[in-house]
Design a protein around this ligand. Structure first.
Ligand code: CU
Length: 202
């Protein structure tokens, strides 16, 4: 009699500990469980094995869904480099360096945050090919007012926005060029001395 009583005590404490152990292990995933699942967990302390299994299955399914969503969003983030650059009435860009990754599509938004007109304080974003002399390019660009200060038919440019006045915005999209360091500028006459920076493809 004594032994069988002891066996019952040992067995039930084993079950209790086992149950507690499972609850402990599930805690790290608790952020993924729905309110219903949490309620189930708290109300079924003396849960049968079947219930415990179904809860575990539910957590696993939720966990897989959460993971695949995370993968999807990180893939989207890798595919498009969303760049926002501002130019102002003080003849300044707010970025001196832009970094993107090889294989990305670059979605670049230029916003003129000033109030001055395009013919006085116009800004554009021009990304030059490697090896192009910026001063020389800017010299040619200065006489290309009709084409937003980007010389027509030039082979020196990878991508460029249109010329903007205060309050205007332009968005361009282009594939990131080969890894390396490139230069960008505003090609409005005289602006490149201040309005320039590095465009780095990693
Ligand atoms: Cu400018």
């Amino acid at each position: 009699m004594k032994y069988s009583n002891l066996a019952v005590v040992v067995l039930s404490s084993f079950l209790f500990l086992n149950c507690g152990g499972k609850e402990e292990k599930k805690k790290p995933f608790s952020y993924e469980t729905t309110p219903e699942a949490t309620m189930e967990e708290t109300t079924t302390n003396s849960s049968s094995e079947l219930e415990t299994h179904s809860e575990t299955d539910a957590s696993m399914t939720e966990s897989v869904t959460a993971d695949s969503t995370a993968v999807e969003s990180s893939e989207t983030a890798v595919m498009v480099a969303d760049i926002m650059i501002h130019g102002d009435d003080k003849m300044m860009f707010d970025l001196k360096e832009i970094k993107v990754k090889q294989g990305q599509n670059v979605k670049l938004t230029l916003m003129h945050t000033g109030k001055m007109a395009k013919n006085v304080m116009g800004h554009n974003f021009v990304l030059l090919k490697q090896g192009v002399n910026m001063a020389k390019f800017a010299g040619l660009a200065a006489s290309a007012a009709a084409t937003d200060y980007v010389p027509e038919g030039t082979e020196d440019v990878i991508a460029h926005t249109k010329l903007l006045g205060g309050g205007e915005t332009d968005v361009i999209e282009f594939p990131a060029p080969a890894p390396g360091t490139y230069e960008f500028l505003c090609s409005f006459p005289g602006h490149y001395a201040l309005m320039k920076g590095k465009f780095i493809v990693e």
